[in-house]
Design a protein around this ligand. Structure first.
Ligand code: WTA
Length: 630
């Protein structure tokens, strides 16, 4: 499956556009199917209705585990590096991982989980998280992993949206010097979740937890009561594999749905190609499994290719800023896949943390989640890759399932801050506001995709209309990404950032409407408007303009109260970086907030506000500018 030269890439790309079905059929033949498909693809983007490998039968865990056992049973599948560097790391061979997945699959079955049931997973970055995910897939249950930084309310919303039957969690999580009481958060969440029958709790931090009789079970007790014989459930290619919630420009997060066959092929193909993974290499993706990057490039992509994947529980700056480099050195990591925000944060510590650390094992570097600025690109290239390791700047989304536009390591000539060219099978186009295709090079537009690919989302859980409205209605017969994009003179793509009301904070997607709703829940707040602004480390920060007439002398305390409210409602990741109290917001006569103006003010660019004459009350702008400078 691996492309070896740029010429081969060009040929393959052309073939994939001319004969998409034959192309993907050829790729799919590299995987293990119980029964092959009747039809490679049927689709329309108007409903939308997308089906890949219809009629095929498989189980993704047979591809990720069983098929490697005969030859690579003793090869490390997962290497786990704990938060505390003094603690022992753990290695699970394919054989052991298979055994654990089977065992836990039986635990789920014993507790009433059946094919098609939804399972919520809220766990620290420990090997058991991967085991839980794969155990769901083994028995045909649908996992919905929720990132450990979300609040009880966010979890409850997600559990209820998917009507989850069971929750898998741990007593707590370590994150740098902090501890997160996961079980306590789950207890709060479950007050409002009638569908949940059982909670399986892994012992990790050994913090005291309440265990409710009849509902809560210890992981360690449960696995003792089952054996390791758990035949993989035979699934249809288009059966659900998982739901992953992500933020959009309106309302509450939506459950992006991925199905088994297409997602597997796409995650596996992109993993193998983009990173040029070689047998016996160690692949380290620093994301959390709570995000799509972790799903596709810690779990499914690498394991489907029989790779060794490194899971890191901690953070790059704990106990100090050399930690990530020490992890690379300790485990002789060959491929390091991380986020620009992590690079920028480590850059700020200078070169000292890198001194004396042996990074010579590194062969390929990767970046994901947000645009990488040139400065960070060069720093990463020179100081980490020693100008020898290609950087793959991979553009993709929760909805796309896998990498879409990216260099292929050792194949595509790179260019700082460019995601470069589409992978085979991906047909991007740029359109103007009216949806007309913008041809040629040296142009800017909104990024759309005009042909299906196997890893794309199929629906948003429980609300197909929302999927259609969000992604397939802005422009007819196109999938709209929500991103703006430049195609330069060489035909290279550079993602310029979201063109909708989604902001990208430290590579985490946050909807401005969500943050506004959370702020507005605070007593006293009349209204608020949230925009993104450039942030040196996070990429974008969150700027909130808040009308709260009750703020008298104690603005600081009110600010803290609002932060606390946002933490309660969404989670700490959505806390605004700046809160500005104002007496009014710039609105049009029809009552719409003109965010364009607020964005300019947040950026500190108040000289070019553009036309403000259509505002109901242009004087509020003066006031806001004045306050923002104080
Ligand atoms: C942004 C993460 C520039 C983009 C895999 C996209 C990027 C959103 C890049 C999806 C990149 C992701 N360059 N921007 N290489 N990768 N983005 O769903 O705005 O968490 O729409 O998926 O991140 O974020 P998500």
């Amino acid at each position: 499956m691996q492309i070896k030269s740029f010429e081969e890439y060009q040929k393959t790309y052309q073939y994939s556009v001319d004969y998409p079905e034959q192309f993907w059929e050829g790729i799919a033949n590299n995987f293990q199917w119980r029964k092959k498909w009747n039809k490679v693809l049927s689709w329309n983007f108007s409903e939308p209705n997308i089906k890949w490998f219809e009629g095929a039968k498989l189980n993704i865990t047979e591809n990720c585990l069983d098929r490697h056992l005969a030859e690579n049973g003793d090869k490390p599948a997962i290497i786990w590096e704990p938060n505390d560097p003094q603690k022992e790391s753990v290695t699970l061979s394919y054989k052991i991982l298979h055994e654990q997945v089977c065992r836990f699959g039986n635990v789920l079955k014993k507790n009433g989980v059946k094919k098609g049931d939804r399972v919520c997973i809220y766990m620290p970055m420990v090997p058991e998280l991967a085991v839980a995910v794969l155990a769901c897939a083994r028995i045909g249950a649908v996992h919905s992993v929720v990132f450990g930084g979300f609040s009880a309310k966010s979890i409850a919303d997600r559990i209820n949206d998917a009507a989850c039957k069971i929750v898998i969690t741990a007593d707590g999580a370590f994150r740098g010097s902090k501890q997160i009481q996961l079980k306590e958060v789950i207890d709060d969440a479950l007050i409002g979740c009638p569908t949940v029958e059982k909670v399986v709790v892994l012992t990790h931090t050994r913090t005291p937890v309440s265990m409710l009789k009849g509902r809560d079970l210890w992981w360690e007790d449960e696995i003792k009561q089952v054996d390791t014989n758990c035949p993989a459930e035979e699934m249809d290619a288009e059966d659900l594999l998982f739901i992953l919630y992500t933020s959009g420009s309106t309302g509450k997060p939506k459950g992006v749905v991925h199905t088994i066959g297409g997602y597997m092929v796409y995650a596996g193909y992109t993993f193998s190609n983009v990173f040029n993974y070689q047998p016996d290499e160690v692949f380290f993706c620093t994301a959390d499994i709570g995000w799509i990057t972790g799903h596709s490039y810690i779990v499914y992509g690498p394991l489907s290719q029989g790779a060794t994947t490194l899971m890191f529980e901690g953070i790059p700056t704990y106990p100090d800023a050399s930690r990530m480099w020490r992890v690379v050195e300790k485990h002789k990591v060959n491929i390091l896949y991380t986020a620009p925000t992590a690079i920028r944060s480590l850059m700020s510590f200078g070169l000292e943390p890198l001194e004396g650390v042996d990074l010579s094992s590194l062969r390929v570097l990767g970046s994901v989640g947000e645009p990488i600025n040139e400065e960070a690109w060069h720093w990463f290239n020179e100081n980490v890759g020693k100008s020898k390791a290609p950087i793959v700047d991979t553009w993709w989304q929760t909805e796309t399932g896998g990498i879409m536009i990216s260099p292929i390591a050792f194949v595509t000539p790179t260019k700082p801050s460019f995601a470069t060219l589409p992978l085979p099978g991906i047909q991007p186009i740029l359109v103007d506001e009216q949806g007309h295709e913008i041809d040629g090079n040296g142009v800017n537009g909104n990024l759309c995709i005009k042909f299906p690919w196997p890893g794309m989302l199929r629906t948003t859980y429980g609300d197909h209309e929302r999927c259609k409205l969000t992604y397939f209605s802005t422009y007819k017969d196109l999938y709209f990404t929500g991103d703006g994009c430049l195609r330069d003179e060489d035909g290279y793509y550079r993602i310029t950032g979201r063109v909708d009301d989604v902001i990208n904070v430290s590579g985490h997607r946050i909807g401005t409407a969500e943050v506004e709703n959370a702020i507005n829940m605070h007593a006293g707040v009349v209204e608020s408007a949230v925009v993104g602004f450039p942030h040196e480390v996070k990429g974008q920060g969150i700027y909130a303009f808040v009308i709260n007439p009750n703020v008298h002398n104690d603005e600081d305390l009110t600010r803290k109260d609002i932060l606390q409210t946002v933490t309660r409602v969404i989670g700490a990741i959505a806390k605004p970086d700046k809160i500005l109290f104002v007496s009014g917001l710039p609105k049009t006569r029809s009552g719409k907030i003109m965010r364009r103006i607020l964005r300019k003010i947040a950026e500190g660019d108040t000289a070019n506000l553009g036309d403000i004459s259509t505002l109901l009350d242009p004087s509020v702008v003066e006031e806001i500018i004045e306050r923002s400078k104080q």
